[in-house]
Write a protein that binds this ligand. Sequence first.
Ligand code: PEP
Ligand code: MN
Length: 263
Amino acid sequence: HGEAGDVVVSTPNGPVHIGEHHPVVVVAGPCSVENEEMIVETARRVKAAGAHFLRGGAYKPRTSPYAFQGHGESALNLLAAARDASGLGIITEVMDAADLDKIAEVADVVQVGARNMQNFSLLKKVGAQDKPVLLKRGMSATIEEWLMAAEYILAAGNSNVILCERGIRTFDRQYARNTLDLSVLPVLRSLTHLPIMIDPSHGTGRAEYVPAMAMAAIAGGTDSLMIEVHPNPKKALSDGPQSLTPDRFDQLMKELAVVGNAV
Ligand code: PEP
Ligand code: MN
């Protein structure tokens, strides 16, 4: 631990502190791990742009059972290769407690997705292992429900929890996939010491809206950001419309440095 409330994650490149008293930490990468070349290339590009963590789904919670479900265990091996190639820490989602041990072998932070925010048996299990946990807000979860979900992890013995806002269900889905609730920034700060992450990619669903919301999140005091980046968004197997190209991500990182406390 660093200062009270920080989450300190060890990565191949050294410890990364996530919290109020540290520069903004950026997690970047594709929605899904598609093949070795794309994940290693993305890792190198986002690392060069200044990201601290590589994200990428191996097990994907898709609305339709006929949509791409992720490459599973083989994608974990590709994440390990990208970790070796870049030195970046890895963040990937666990959907089923049966996969937790093998995910935790590769992941530096284990993600619990929006759809599992109140999967209490899964929360107890990620709480009983020692990798830090990224807990995304359920798509219709109140702040109280979200904090109580985090409490399950803390109560099971794991104090390293990061809260990630990823947009809430909205009545108007014509122009944005979700409503990114940036008001959680001051609200959570007043209620908890846990570090806060904002995910404007899932929060808006549109790549063209991501930079403005990333900057707003930094201005609002976020501790970290999650940004989806894909080498060829038009060909992505999931979430292409909200994914930045590596070039656009590189530009965004420079824009974020101007706003404030970034990287
Ligand atoms: C993700 O991060 O890839 C994801 C599925 O996000 P969420 O759980 O917020 O929908
Ligand atoms: Mn996604």
